[in-house]
Design a binder for this molecule. Structure first.
Ligand code: SF4
Length: 739
């Protein structure tokens, strides 16, 4: 490592000068001579899912030697799922990226030092900009890094490097909820606290399977003392559906019609909270008129749920004292997800189930810091939930960051799918991907792979050099992971929680924060970020950026205060003096639109983009497989314990009737084919899927070779949940075909 790089690292590591030594060959979970966390037990939030559990990390010689769930942390109350228990183990994997790798003319990725890596990165990106214009570069960020790092990346790329197009992998999971809330409430604001799981007397889960996707949230449901009714609306008989009082196994993508019919029934039965609607909402009359044709009979025909059952559930909702509605990817990952989410919001509004304990139209987020990304990644929103197209917003941000407002783009950048299509159209030539595995997770994977291959230069910044995306990179930058750096995450209930440095990154790997600092230096824009020498500096800026926004957390004094309070939910204003533990939104019935009223948003349901037909007679559903798997298994696949808790090879759930129909036996390798590709998977005959549908967990590398690239028009979120496929036994002629 040459002197210049050492200086940058020293300068940016501040008190953690030991990072220099680590960057020169320190390994694994070695001693941290100047770590901020002394020997003892320290509490930090988990780095997998958005539940944001508190984990007690036990230290010896300033080295993390064990971990237990934190009993006092207000989120998980002493519980953790298997992923949380194994969070330290996945840091020790052999395929950690320990130094930068550059693709050489031979085609092989070979190790280089940081100086060479940074010079190459900057030379390649600047020459692309010079040749093809500033908009020929893009970045794809993530919901997996601390908010401070997201904000740094988004600011560096957009204000420093002149890269307008940037998006996050949160587009794949939460964009729908963001748009739904913004349009309905005036700001992206999930209104609940986890205490609401325990206070409802009716809980309605739509396209959500918390038993395995958010198991600690489900534990909170189980603590509910009210003997609540639990309604699950989901095509599959999921683990949650099995535990529910009522399961409505709807036909795929019939949710919008079903929810409109329930809303119509609520009106018909006189179960609308008229006072709440009159005082706190707009456009209810228009919505009521829209509902006229959504009869129970129509809903029965479309959804497959008997009219009487729909009526009963509507009545249960209308007569419930405290009804909460919870949704996640089954709603969000749809070509009409925004309107489905808003149909849920509409029912909560019209029944007055919002702002009170045990109520709410509540989207459950996916990644550990998707909520941080939604507010501070500087991708779809300008920092703090602001708008790039508003001059006053740009000026406010420029003033807080002490930069020239002309550096801030006055247009929105492209969404993820537009960036991928921008490559197809030869408009995007250079791409920087940070902590996400596009090649595995993006919809219609074959196309995504081809697009990344088409780039002039692809930079991948990741903990592991072995991801499918890193394998296609021209340059791999080795990043520290959860537990190897500081910052904050924001969980599903808007709780800002601390992340701590309890282990050393391996080899020359560095915190993303320091990599961004290096990039800024080599790019020549480090002056812009001269006040950000530590994640805590960025946190200070974020506090100011939140001021007078709905997410205002100017009352949080710093990381220590988060520690003392078990995280703090936004908003937490400096003058509030609130109880730091729990904060539900809209308790006063005021929403974030200028008039303080929520909006009813609605539309006509649209047909499924690729319905089943003679050639592809089945609908493919995708989703989470087990509580032990996380997304593309980049991390969970590294734990020997977690690997024992789920099937290692891809499998497909098929109803027994379809097994008979297509002469497929249980446990055989079969072909699953869509118009995009064909894959092999092991058959699993079961009644958890209904005839005409199959299910494949999303965690296996080949599943997205089948999916079709359809998007919600408002949120541009991919519709992973339904495309047409066929299944058959393997033919001897398949041997030589590409699969
Ligand atoms: Fe971590 Fe989520 Fe499991 Fe909690 S539920 S331990 S946050 S993965």
């Amino acid at each position: 490592m040459i002197k210049a790089v050492k200086n940058i690292v020293r300068q940016h590591e501040g008190k953690l000068t030991s990072a220099l030594r680590l960057a020169n060959g320190g390994h694994g979970l070695g001693r941290l001579p100047e770590a901020r966390v002394p020997d003892a037990t320290t509490t930090m939030v988990c780095g997998f899912c958005s539940t944001g559990c508190g984990l007690n990390v036990h230290l010896k010689d300033q080295r993390a030697v064990g971990m237990t769930p934190a009993t006092e942390y207000p989120v998980n109350l002493g519980m953790a799922c298997p992923k949380g228990w194994e969070a330290l183990e996945v840091l020790k994997a052999d395929d950690r990226a320990t130094q930068p790798y550059l693709r050489k003319p031979s085609g092989k990725l070979e190790p280089v030092d940081w100086d060479r890596a940074m010079r190459t990165f900057v030379d390649e990106f600047k020459s692309i900009q010079a040749k093809h214009g500033p908009d020929s570069l893009a970045f794809i960020s993530t919901g997996q890094i601390p908010t401070e790092e997201m904000a740094f990346l988004g600011s560096l790329a957009k204000f420093g490097m002149g890269i307008r197009h940037g998006d996050g992998n949160t587009r794949q999971c939460m964009a729908t909820s963001v748009v739904a809330y913004k349009q309905a409430f005036g700001f992206d604001a999930p209104p609940y606290t986890y205490a609401d799981f325990e206070a409802s007397d009716v809980l309605v889960f739509i396209g959500a399977n918390p038993c395995i996707a958010h198991p600690i949230m489900w534990e909170r449901v189980l603590r509910n003392p009210n003997d609540p009714r639990i309604v699950v609306i989901d095509p599959r008989k999921t683990e949650t559906a099995i535990a529910a009082s009522n399961h409505l196994p709807i036909n795929p993508k019939s949710d919008l019609t079903l929810l409109y019919a329930m809303a119509r029934e609520l009106i018909g039965q006189g179960l609308v909270d008229e006072e709440f609607v009159r005082s706190h909402t707009h456009d209810f009359d228009l919505f009521a008129a829209h509902l006229e044709t959504f009869t129970l009979e129509r809903a029965e025909e479309v959804s497959g749920i008997p009219a009487d059952e729909i009526r009963r559930i509507a009545e249960m909702i209308g007569r419930g004292e405290r009804v909460s509605f919870w949704w996640t990817m089954g709603v969000n990952q749809s070509y009409e997800g925004v309107r489905v989410a808003q149909a849920i919001i509409n029912i909560a509004l019209m029944t007055g189930n919002i702002g009170q304990p045990g109520t709410g139209a509540n989207s459950i987020t996916g990644q550990c810091n998707a909520m941080g990304s939604r507010l501070f990644s500087n991708t779809t929103n300008l920092l703090g939930g602001r708008d790039f197209t508003h001059e006053s917003d740009r000026q406010t941000v420029a003033d807080i960051l002490n930069i020239d407002a002309r550096r801030i783009p006055d247009q929105n950048g492209w969404a993820y799918d537009q960036i991928i299509e921008g490559i197809a159209l030869d408009k995007i030539k250079g791409l920087w991907i940070i902590a996400t595995n596009t090649v595995h997770s993006w919809i219609n994977q074959k196309h995504a792979r081809a697009m990344l291959d088409k780039l002039d230069f692809l930079v991948v910044q990741d903990m592991y050099h072995s991801t499918e995306t890193a394998a296609q990179a021209d340059l791999v930058l080795p990043a520290a992971g959860w537990g190897e750096k500081e910052g904050t995450f924001i969980n599903s209930e808007r709780r800002i929680g601390p992340l701590k440095r309890v282990a050393a990154p391996p080899g020359q790997a560095m915190a993303d924060f320091h990599i961004f600092k290096l990039v800024a230096h080599y790019w020549g824009c480090d002056e812009l970020f001269s006040e950000w020498n530590d994640p805590a500096d960025v946190f200070e800026s974020l506090r100011e950026l939140s001021r007078n926004q709905p997410c205002d957390f100017t009352g949080i004094g710093g990381y220590e205060m988060l520690d003392q309070n078990g995280g703090i939910q936004w908003p937490y204003r400096s003058e509030s003096g609130d109880d730091a533990q729990e904060r539900r939104l809209f308790e006063d019935g005021r929403f974030y639109h200028a008039d303080g009223k929520a909006r009813f948003c609605f539309d006509q349901p649209k047909p499924m983009p690729e319905p089943p037909d003679m050639k592809y007679p089945l609908v493919l559903l995708t989703g989470r497989g087990t509580a032990s798997q996380w997304h593309t298994q980049t991390r969970t696949g590294k734990s020997a314990i977690l690997r024992k808790l789920y099937p290692q090879s891809i499998y497909v759930e098929i109803n027994h009737a379809d097994g008979e129909r297509f002469e497929i036996e249980h446990g055989k390798t079969i072909i699953v084919e869509s118009r995009r590709h064909r894959i092999r998977a092991k058959s699993f005959l079961t009644n958890t899927v209904r005839p005409g549908q199959i299910f494949i967990p999303m965690h296996y590398e080949t599943v997205n070779r089948l999916t079709r690239a359809d998007f919600d028009p408002y949120s541009r979120q991919p519709s992973y949940k339904a495309c047409a496929v066929a299944i058959r036994n393997v033919h001897y002629t398949d041997v030589d075909e590409e699969e």
